[in-house]
Write a protein that binds this ligand. Sequence first.
Ligand code: PXP
Length: 242
Amino acid sequence: MTGHLRLGVNIDHVATIRNARGGDHPDPVKAALAAAEAGADGITAHLREDRRHIRDEDISALMARLEIPLNLEMAATEEMLEIALRHRPHAACLVPEKREERTTEGGLDAAGQDNHLRPFVARLAEANIRVSLFIEPDARQIEAAIRLKAPVVEFHTGRYAHLEGEARAAELRRIADAAALAAKNGIEPHAGHGLNFDNVVPVAAIPQIRELNIGHFLVGEALFIGLDASVRRMRALMGEAR
Ligand code: PXP
């Protein structure tokens, strides 16, 4: 038996649909409350520089109304740091961000950006915000996280999700080795990106991983079976894997 694996539900794409028409429906806060009701342990939202989905007022509303922890995904910029320090979410996950990309395409180069990231990690930590670094499952990046004193790392599972067969198995081993290395060094490993009902179980079975953050698939699947059922089914699969 391994410990409880938390599910953070990412509600960004509820806001994507809302923004397609410029009104206030569907409301990402309502989705967050429904996800909590269905068993989500936390809510994740990415306030992007271009505000293409979540907006500043969504963060205020989530902070005011959520009873489960909010994990704010953010680029390491002064603007985002100021917003995080103002709202003081439970956690902040530092992600790389390029304006033109469709989604977060690779992990943060913590090893190469060590000096840039250091003050962000320190100032978030001083404000009692649990800092996480979204990195590739790679020893060099974990060593950087250790130097930066990040309490949490989140491994990018995008490659795992897109690969098949032996290549996927090899990537899974890379994630498992990275999780073991992080845990051995006192860093809590999380994982996310591209996870769905068909690929979540092997990642959820990695004993050191404490949290998965899942968004696009859950919101998409909600069109067919509803958000409540989509979150409950994910929770059940995660539970079975432990
Ligand atoms: N974790 C992080 C750090 C992310 O940037 C994202 C995508 O916003 C996710 C998890 C969730 O990925 P997906 O939407 O593919 O489930």
